[in-house]
Design a binder for this molecule. Structure first.
Ligand code: S3P
Ligand code: PEP
Length: 409
């Protein structure tokens, strides 16, 4: 399904959007619930990735296909490694077969896991023969993806002696690791994270029955920050359900978007985004996004839409996500007339006044490409190819987008 968004302005009467639960928190809690059935989850994400995660955990099949869901691939590799007497083939989309997993597989093998590559060494699909893992100490590279670390932490309390992780190199996407540890603590598992070492205590008894409520997804809200930033001064949008004290690293949006003239007001569980001032086009933005890689596309497009120069660094994980997001951003922004250059770890956008019209944006099976470019319809009509990719994280995105006043065809 392709979508054309006619040049739009968003309604003046303040709209409210209820975003569903964070897919990152949901996928962690789903795994923990499979290990500790006393857990109940509220405000679970309705994203494809969380539905795939839930189905995979409930499936009795031998072959499990998790499509494009990176966290599900990594977390389930760890999960099935400790399912004794069960053999599973874990596979995914053709892109998933290009997303590296060797660091995690090697770490699990250090613990004693039996995992084999069925195709290319270092990449899915995997044959996992579940067994009791007897070791408790692992050293792994920490600068490629935090998902490998979270995967190990999520199963750690089920190991006889718990887990001691030594993280080698600069740790990337740190808030996601802290999110995993916070959720473990919340359900009653003891952990410690000091310097480059993480320990998780074994949990020998059952945990008490408990209900955890997932905060709504901050990465999803980034597209609305962009909408407000590209709108007239005075524009307001309300979104729920959010916390000031979030586990999600992408909550730095409330700080980052101040530079684009957007203020965030927290009241109970609702945030209201308010375009309070016009961003100064002479401004240039410099951000290290190694702790919040998923909002890089949104920020680059907002800066382009406002004609603001932008240097984004810490983007070393972007090349191995749903697509090579650095190349995808450069290719698509150039169609609009952007002057942009990239390296393997950074993006540099020059300030420009011109935004070309009637561009067709390719989305490369990447939900965030579709959603990050959509707000540009505040400046010109645009066409989004394969717009249904949004369902990976935000199935009702286009309905919500229409509800705030965008004119979709
Ligand atoms: O643990 C998680 O839930 C995630 C970690 C991040 O991945 P990397 O650690 O690979 O950057 C992030 O990009 C992804 O969308 C979700
Ligand atoms: C990178 C992402 O997801 P994953 O790695 O879980 O596929 C994302 O949602 O932006």
């Amino acid at each position: 399904m392709d979508i054309t968004i006619l040049k739009s302005t968003i309604d003046n009467d303040q709209k409210s959007i209820a975003v569903t639960g964070s897919k990152s928190e949901s996928n962690r809690l789903l795994l923990l619930k499979a290990l500790y059935p006393g857990i109940s989850i509220e405000n679970l994400s309705n994203s494809d990735d969380s539905v795939l995660m839930q189905n995979a955990l409930e499936s009795k099949d031998e072959v499990i296909d998790i499509h494009h869901a990176g966290t599900a691939m990594r977390f389930l590799t760890a999960y099935f490694s400790i399912q004794e007497n069960r053999e599973v083939i874990l596979t995914g989309s053709s892109r998933m077969k290009e997303r590296p997993i060797q660091i995690l597989v090697d770490a699990l093998r250090q613990l004693g896991a039996d995992i084999n590559y069925l195709d290319k060494e270092g990449f899915p699909p995997l044959r996992i023969s579940g067994k009791k893992l007897t070791n408790s100490k692992v050293i792994l590279k920490a600068n490629v993806s935090s998902q490998y670390i979270s995967a190990l932490l999520l199963i750690a309390s089920k190991l006889d002696y718990g887990l001691e992780l030594i993280l080698d190199g600069k740790i990337t996407s740190v808030p996601y690791i802290k999110m995993t540890l916070s959720l473990l603590n919340e359900i009653g598992i003891e952990t410690e994270f000091k310097d480059n070492q993480i320990t998780v205590q074994a949990q020998t008894s059952n945990l008490k029955p408990q209900t955890l409520t997932v905060e709504s997804d901050w990465s999803s809200v980034s597209y609305f920050y962009s909408v407000v930033a590209l709108s007239e001064v005075g524009t307001k949008l309300s979104l729920s359900s959010y916390k000031k004290d979030s586990l999600q690293g992408d909550s730095i949006l409330s700080e980052v978007y101040k530079t684009f003239g957007v203020e965030t007001n927290f009241e109970a569980s609702t945030i209201t985004l308010h375009k309070s001032t016009n961003a100064n086009q002479k401004l240039s933005i410099h951000l290290d996004l190694s702790n919040a890689p998923d909002i890089a596309q949104t920020i680059a497009v907002t800066a382009f839409g406002l004609g603001i120069a932008c240097d984004l660094t810490g983007l070393h994980t972007l090349k191995i996500k749903e697509t090579d997001r650095l190349v995808a951003l450069k290719t698509e922004l150039e169609k609009f007339g952007a002057d942009i250059s990239i390296t393997d770890t950074s993006l540099h956008l020059k300030s420009s006044k011109v935004i070309k019209s009637n561009i067709s944006v390719a989305t490369y099976n990447d939900h965030r490409m579709a959603m990050a470019f959509a707000p540009l319809a505040l400046t010109t009509s645009i066409h989004i190819q394969n717009a249904d990719v949004v369902s990976k994280s935000y199935p009702q995105f286009w309905e919500d987008f229409k509800a705030i006043g965008f004119n979709l065809k």
